[in-house]
Design a binder for this molecule. Structure first.
Ligand code: NAD
Length: 362
């Protein structure tokens, strides 16, 4: 049996983490699509549903119960809806739903965060940018997720505070390699975003990242851009970028800025990967308590997260492309939820439309 046929016939283990608010609603859409992919593409997936976030706090006292961690340790990937909501806003720090997310990232060393930003002509009208600027935008933001000032030493007194931004050579090397492998499957161009005119950490990033590219990825190019310039060019010429590689804090800010190119939070998927191909796949949006329970949540960000999971953790790129094509086909026909159209469809109607296309396409 070849490696390919082995990966085609084995059952993948995926931990399902519906979470809070609209999380379970968009997660249900993902389950429907996965079940159709099993019929149409012979995909074998064992879904193991576990608790995270507010529902986990209510049931166990912890936002990331040990049982969830154990299930993920045994899995190829985890698929998360969203966590959080007003019910838990007053909780002590250890019982905040969002802590479940930070803990799962740390527990599984999910150092590489991917956010694809792809515009589609049918959605140009929903972006604050002019349509001609959005033509052909297809970029991938690779954000380092477990280092930098978010995780460095912190302290404050009444008059001063400090958040230490520290990066090590191995941390920069591994995320550069991840970005280069992704660039190879795309246009082969990385823009390294930093503040090397001011920050010592940025100068280390430049030195290490360029050496990795020079020595290991001769087919990939890397240019430098200061973060202030990048934030401007993302709005003036977004179609020029291929892969944008950057540290934790800059990536957090730039990825939210870039998300506006697409028009709605409900359209954006993400992946957070470790070195063993395990990934946490989730929509970029939160639990949207204002619309939870109404059946109108936009499921596209979650369905695109499923496509990312197929590509990056399950090694099933054909199914990923098939799903993305069905989603883009739905966009072209204006099959959108109410965050984008006042007369929009429900979550279930959109999900059914995607499933129907998958069946027809196969
Ligand atoms: P949010 O993303 O939940 O909502 C922002 C706005 O976008 C709301 O008006 C919401 O209705 C709309 N929206 C978001 N996703 C949508 C979708 N799929 N379809 C239609 N409309 C959608 O952000 P928020 O209101 O700042 O946060 C709400 C809760 O979510 C908070 O508790 C926050 O901590 C949490 N949160 C969780 C995550 C996560 O789980 N990864 C991310 C961000 C925020």
């Amino acid at each position: 049996m070849t490696d390919d046929s082995a990966s085609n016939s084995r059952a993948f283990k995926v931990v399902g983490l519906p979470g809070d608010g609209i999380g379970p609603e968009v997660y249900a859409a993902a389950c429907d699509v996965l079940s159709v992919l099993q019929e149409t593409h012979g995909l074998l997936i064992e879904l193991d549903e576990q608790l995270i976030g507010g529902v986990a706090v209510d049931a166990t006292g912890s936002p990331l119960p040990q049982q969830t961690v154990d299930a993920c340790r045994d899995a190829d990937a985890a698929l998360l809806g969203a966590v959080g909501g007003p019910k838990w806003d007053g909780n002590a720090a250890e019982q905040r739903p969002e802590l479940g997310l930070l803990k799962i990232r740390a527990e599984f060393s999910l150092f590489c965060n991917l956010r694809p930003i792809v515009t589609h002509p049918a959605l140009h009208a929903f972006s604050p940018l002019r349509p001609e600027r959005l033509q052909g935008v297809d970029l991938m933001i690779v954000r380092e997720l477990t280092g930098g000032s978010y995780f460095g030493k912190k302290w404050r007194d009444a008059d001063q505070a400090e958040d230490v931004c520290r990066y090590t050579r191995p941390e920069i090397e591994r995320v550069t390699r991840a970005a280069a492998r992704i660039a190879r499957q795309r246009d082969g161009r990385i823009t390294l975003v930093d503040k090397a005119n001011v920050l010592e950490t940025s100068r280390l990033w430049r030195e290490v990242a360029h050496r990795v590219i020079r020595e290991e990825f001769s087919d990939v190019t890397m240019e430098n851009m200061y973060v202030d310039a990048a934030s401007m060019h993302l709005l003036t010429r977004p179609a020029d970028f291929d892969v944008l590689l950057t540290e934790n804090l800059f990536g957090d800010i730039l990825s939210d800025e870039a998300s506006m190119l697409c028009g709605s939070m409900g359209l954006l998927p993400s992946a957070s990967l470790n070195e063993d191909r395990f990934g946490l796949y989730e929509p970029v949006h939160g639990s949207a308590p204002d619309i939870a329970g109404k059946g109108i949540a936009n499921p596209y960000a979650m369905l695109l997260s499923v496509a990312m999971m197929l590509r990056h953790s399950l090694d099933r790129p054909e199914e990923a492309v098939a799903l993305e094509q069905c989603i883009h086909g739905c966009w072209s026909e204006g099959l959108l939820t109410r965050d984008l159209r006042t007369d929009g469809l429900t979550t279930e109607q959109v999900t059914m439309a995607v499933c129907e296309r998958l069946r027809i396409q196969s």
